[in-house]
Design a protein around this ligand. Structure first.
Ligand code: DX5
Ligand code: ZN
Length: 217
């Protein structure tokens, strides 16, 4: 069984309460929340006030993906808004170890995301401090993009690194995940499947979540 994290970015923002209810009733494990600042990525999504409301409407683990510059400044505010997991980007954090410590000290699960051009080996020294790693399988900033095939190789490399070091770090994949490519991703070593468009554009989102959940190694 995989961990499934529907991405709220693909939801109908006029009906967020209903969308949260649908996810609550599904077998999804986490709710993935994409925060964008228009600087690190060329798009702006939603931020702290929206997450505060979503927190009240969801029963799932809130997995907050910060696609923002200087994320450390805002980490306490995301904790207050109700985040359970905080993902920061390797590319935005020159003092990554400090950011990870801050997230842990605030009682949240720390994770690091890497963009498609960032190699997996750069995570080697920070890996023991992480709850999970998010491998971007598209360029961050937009939903409904096409999966970058080379990502599969990166998932395999990371799986090997984690297993060789006997660590308990989850691998999350984000971008262009479909019911069709989920099995390949899980075979390569992915534990957590983020899915926006695949879930919210399907005729039966709960059934789609169920299909993703059923994918096992
Ligand atoms: C993209 C975001 C993703 C996005 C995925 O920058 O990080 O979480 O919502 O959307 P899909 O699953 O539609 O590719
Ligand atoms: Zn994301």
């Amino acid at each position: 069984m995989s961990i499934v994290a529907p991405s709220l970015l693909a939801a109908n923002f006029l009906r967020l309460e209903d969308e949260c209810k649908m996810i609550n009733e599904s077998v999804a494990d986490w709710l993935h929340l994409d925060v964008m600042d228009g600087r690190f990525v060329p798009n702006i999504s939603f931020g702290i006030p929206v997450i505060e409301h979503v927190r009240k409407a969801t029963t799932k683990i809130c997995d907050v993906h910060l696609m923002i510059e200087a994320p450390g400044d805002l980490v306490p505010a995301f904790k207050k808004a109700g985040a359970d997991n905080i993902i920061v980007h390797w590319e935005t954090c020159p003092n990554l170890h400090r950011n990870i410590q801050q997230i842990r000290e605030l009682g949240m699960n720390p994770a690091v995301a890497i963009n498609p051009h960032t190699p997996v080996f750069l995570l080697e020294d920070i890996l023991p401090d992480l709850h999970h790693v998010l491998i971007m399988t598209v360029n961050p900033g937009f939903g409904a993009q096409k999966f970058i095939p080379h990502s599969l190789e990166k998932v395999k490399q990371l799986r090997k690194l984690i297993d060789d070091k006997k660590l308990n770090v989850l691998i999350e994949v984000d971008g262009g995940v479909t019911v069709e490519n989920a099995q390949d991703l899980v075979n390569a070593g992915a534990d957590v499947l983020v899915a926006g468009n695949t879930v919210f554009s399907s005729t039966d989102p709960k059934e789609t979540i169920q299909k993703l959940k059923a994918v096992s190694r």
